[in-house]
Design a protein around this ligand. Structure first.
Ligand SMILES: *[C@@H]1O[C@H](CO)[C@@H](O)[C@H](O)[C@H]1NC(C)=O
Ligand SMILES: *[C@@H]1O[C@H](CO)[C@@H](O)[C@H](O)[C@H]1NC(C)=O
Ligand SMILES: *[C@@H]1O[C@H](CO)[C@@H](O)[C@H](O)[C@H]1NC(C)=O
Length: 333
C-alpha cells in the first residue's frame, strides 16, 4: 500500500476544507511504521494540516503507547471522542455534524459507528481506532442518534469518560415522528399508515408508545436515564428548528459549548429558497453543498390534522417536563 492513499471505508471524510486523501494516507502510515520515515524523506504529497487556521506544531515524539493511552505519532493521535452527538434521529444531527466539520479544530468520524448501542462488545480499543487523528487542541467527534434512546449508552459512555460532552439535537416530537415514518415509508412502501401505527386504538385515541417513531420523541424519559450518569452541564440541547431558521446562531452556541473559537458563522451559510433550507457554502474544491433537510424532497404523507392534534396533546406533558429539565423552552406547544 505504501504511501499512496488507500481506501478505508471507516476513515473519516476529511472535513469540508481538507483534502480527502489525508485520512487514508494517515491510516497507511499507522499500519506501516517505516512508511513514516519514507514519507518524511520526500516522496509523499504534503499534508494540509488544520484547514484555514494556522497549522498546529507537530507534537514531540512520545514513548511507545501504553495500554489505554492515545496511539500517537508525529501527525496526531487517535483519541476517544471528547464530544458526541447522541441524538436524536431525524433531529438534524447530520447537518449539525457537517456544519461542525467546517471548523478546523473539529475532526469527526463520517459514518455512524453505533458503538455504544450495537457494537460495544468490540471493545473500546476498536472504537478508538475508528477515530480520525487529532492534533493537540483539536476535538474528536462522532454522531450516532440512536444512543439517546439506548438504555445502556449513558453508562457505557460514562465508563469511557465522564467528561464526555453530549449534544442532543431535538425537534418537535410530532414532526420528528412524521419525518421518521416518511423515511421508513420511502424504504418500505408497504408499511401500514401513520395513524394505524401511532394508535393502539383509533376510537379511544390511545397512542402506541412502543412504536419507535412515537417513543423516540418522549425526550424527558430518555433524558432521565442520562441524568443518572451525567450532570446537565455536560449537555447541549440544540433546537432542530433554530438550526434551520438561524444556523449561524445555533452554531455559535455549539462552538461555545465545545470551547471552540467561533469560526463557523453566517458567512458560511446561504439559504436555498427552492429547498427552504440553509446550506453550507462549499469551500473551493469540495464536492457538494451540504444542506439541512436534504431528504425533505420526499413528500410527506397526508396525515389527518386530528391525528396530529392528538399526538401533540400526547407529547405536551412530556415536552413540559423536558423544558423544565433542560431550562429551555423549545416552543413546540
Ligand atoms: C470501564 O469498563 C471496563 C470493562 O468493563 C473496566 O475495565 C474499566 O475499569 C471501566 N472504566 C471506568 C472508568 O469505569
Ligand atoms: C377500542 O376501544 C373501544 C372503546 O373502548 C373498544 O370497544 C374496542 O374494542 C377497542 N378496540 C380494540 C382493537 O382494542
Ligand atoms: C437549491 O435546491 C434545489 C432543489 O434541491 C437545487 O436544485 C438547487 O441546485 C439548489 N441551489 C443551490 C444554489 O444550492
Amino acid at each position: 500500500m505504501g504511501c499512496s492513499p488507500g481506501g478505508s471505508p471507516r476513515a473519516s471524510r476529511g472535513g469540508l476544507r481538507r483534502p480527502p486523501a489525508r485520512a487514508p494516507l494517515l491510516l497507511g502510515m499507522l499500519l506501516l511504521g517505516t512508511c513514516l520515515l519514507y514519507c518524511l524523506s520526500g516522496p509523499c504529497p504534503p499534508l494540509a494540516l488544520g484547514g484555514a487556521a494556522a497549522p498546529a506544531p507537530r507534537p514531540p515524539p512520545r514513548a511507545p503507547p501504553a495500554e489505554g493511552l492515545p496511539v500517537a505519532d508525529g501527525f496526531g493521535s487517535r483519541r476517544f471522542p471528547q464530544a458526541i452527538i447522541v441524538g436524536v434521529k431525524k433531529g438534524g444531527t447530520r447537518a449539525l455534524l457537517e456544519f461542525l466539520r467546517v471548523h478546523p479544530d473539529v475532526r469527526a468520524l463520517g459514518a455512524e459507528p453505533h458503538f455504544f448501542d450495537r457494537g460495544y462488545e468490540k471493545g473500546l480499543r476498536w472504537y478508538r481506532n475508528l477515530m480520525p487523528r487529532t492534533l493537540e487542541g483539536q476535538i474528536t467527534m462522532e454522531k450516532t442518534p440512536s444512543y439517546f434512546v439506548t438504555k445502556e449508552a449513558p453508562r457505557r459512555i460514562y465508563n469511557m469518560s465522564r467528561d464526555t460532552k453530549l449534544i442532543v439535537v431535538v425537534r418537535n416530537p410530532v414532526t420528528r415522528a412524521i419525518s421518521d415514518y416518511t423515511q421508513t415509508l420511502s424504504k418500505t412502501p408497504a408499511i401500514p399508515s401513520f395513524q394505524a401505527l401511532a394508535f393502539k386504538n383509533l376510537s379511544t385515541g390511545l397512542i402506541d408508545t412502543t412504536w419507535s417513531a412515537v417513543r423516540i420523541g418522549i425526550y424527558a424519559k430518555h433524558l432521565d436515564n442520562w441524568l443518572r450518569y451525567f450532570p446537565l452541564s455536560k449537555f447541549l440541547f440544540v433546537s432542530g428548528e433554530r438550526l434551520v431558521r438561524d444556523p449561524a446562531g445555533e452554531m455559535g452556541r455549539v462552538q461555545d459549548f465545545l470551547g471552540l473559537k467561533r469560526v463557523v458563522t453566517d458567512k458560511h451559510f446561504y439559504f436555498n429558497e427552492t429547498k427552504g433550507f440553509p446550506c453550507l457554502k462549499k469551500p473551493e474544491g469540495s464536492s457538494r453543498p451540504r444542506c439541512l433537510g436534504k431528504s425533505k424532497g420526499r413528500p410527506h404523507p397526508k396525515i389527518d390534522p386530528q391525528v396530529i392534534q392528538r399526538l401533540q396533546e400526547f407529547y405536551r406533558p412530556f415536552n413540559m417536563k423536558f423544558y423544565q429539565m433542560t431550562g429551555q423552552d423549545f416552543g413546540w406547544d
